[in-house]
Design a protein around this ligand. Sequence first.
Ligand code: DO4
Ligand code: MG
Length: 288
Amino acid sequence: MKLAKVKLSDGTKRGGIVENDSVRLLDFNQLENVRSLADVLNAKDPAGLAKFLVDQSAKPVRATEVTFLAPIDRQEVWAAGVTYKRSQIARMEESESGASHYDKVYSAPRPELFYKGSASRVSGPGEPVRVRADSNWSVPEPEFTLVLNPAMQIVGYTIGNDMSARDIEGENPLYLPQAKVYRQCCGLGPVILLATEPLDLAATKIVLTIVRAGREVFHGETSLAQLNRKLPELAEWLARENEFPAGAFLLTGTGIIPPDEFTLENGDSVAIEIAGIGTLVNPVVKGQ
Ligand code: DO4
Ligand code: MG
């Protein structure tokens, strides 16, 4: 089952179950303790609860007639890094002083995990993601993203874009928070696929396409089979000595990095497709 947050043509925001090309709207006024998509995700049986909440008085709406919003409420967003060989190599190349750190973290038992933001820094489908005005080398990072409940169980999957300033991170690894966390630094959406079926890692393809002035300027592909960590392992490390009362999103790292001469420009369009989930498309803005 796929769940989403949508905005209707009259401006109202609703939860929904996405089925093929239509959305069945949810009514969050039926249960006192279920008022948001996060409340559904954090329940014992998200799929059963979502079915119960379907608004029987509303007809399904066409997916093309609603705006999909970032499927986040009060959860924190975190990210894992250097979880694919491609990322390890690229990081070692971009950082003279920090190369050995990336090498070590790729194979160390403890993964790299960093805080990426809260809902205020997240862009939903169609909303801009940002290149920092003080960066001249920035890329999108297309990442399979775990949706975790407060018990840190994996309840769903979505698409994440970990926007990254490679020049700032490369200058000094201690600048990582500035390279990674700023306004509009993260894309999420368009839907959450509930984790009810086992995942076929090799079939879970991740495709990144970047379009500039109508022309494709980058295309890259990988799959979850290339991920050097187990998904539950990443969730377990994030949960250590930590509490997430509202749950969390965990981006699991990038396996696609454009060539070193590539940087995003104002007006580019970034599309990330993950098999089984959908496609997250965001325009790029760069401040002056
Ligand atoms: O070490 C820096 C960040 C790595 C990262 O974001 C990734 O590999 O996806
Ligand atoms: Mg990343």
